[in-house]
Design a protein around this ligand. Sequence first.
Ligand code: NAP
Length: 259
Amino acid sequence: MDLGIRGRKGIVCAASKGLGRGCAEALAEAGVDLVICARGRDALEATADVLRSKGVPVTAVVADITTEDGRAAVLAAAGPQVDILVTNAGGPPPGLWSDWARGDFLQAIDANMLTPIALMQAVLPGMMARGWGRVVNITSVSVKAPVAVLGLSNAARAGLTGFVAGTARQVAGQGVTINNLLPGMHATDRAVALDQGAARAQNISEDEARAQRWATIPVGRYGTPAEFGAACAFLCSMHAGFIVGQNILLDGGATNLSM
Ligand code: NAP
């Protein structure tokens, strides 16, 4: 299917690895000119080279997207016309509800709520003026099924979800769609780290820990960044103009919601 976005300009945040990279690869295959960012230079440059090999211009910006300076650098690299924005950043650490102080909440809210909101506020006016735009926020399954040990993530992502629910309806009339993609367990560095943590905690092998986690997913495996990226690229396509303000779960059926 031709996604109809060849030559569009897109920003994919936190895109040197994992789900952000999956989104960037799928958008590059659809012909989107990309600005990508991450904090570490080496992985970012390597990813940029892979994306360029798909035939699109790519600007790689070493930046922490959760800082004002980082966001300014990414937006400056993209220039005045941004057609597609994919927001993403690392998730907050796990813990217990009684562990977290005000500063921990502010950090999580800054990274996973206020950062995507600031990026949307920066690009939405131009998208609306031009009559076309696509925003996809990478959030988490924890939006629909909060994970107890991820209280910081649950809190920050719930705030972003509420903001998007209202804002998406306010900009849709100008040809701009905003949707959230909610990953369940995907095969990224984070999944490996979680497998290793479970293996250590139960004194079992990493393979056994992975098998236990796979068994909780009806499809019997982790999702891949490529599958995630394909869903993202479709939401960014010309075909997705009637999908507005949705929270789309990509979790292999792990969360049993009837609606
Ligand atoms: P990942 O494999 O660890 O990749 C994270 C990517 O983001 C890397 O490229 C990293 O590069 C970059 N990054 C992290 N923090 C950044 C920052 N402050 N500024 C710029 N770049 C940053 O993570 P992932 O699994 O793709 O997860 C992506 C998001 O989805 C996270 O918020 C995570 O909590 C959420 N999520 C993931 C899963 C899953 O199963 N994978 C499930 C639910 C939710 P640098 O470190 O070099 O900056």
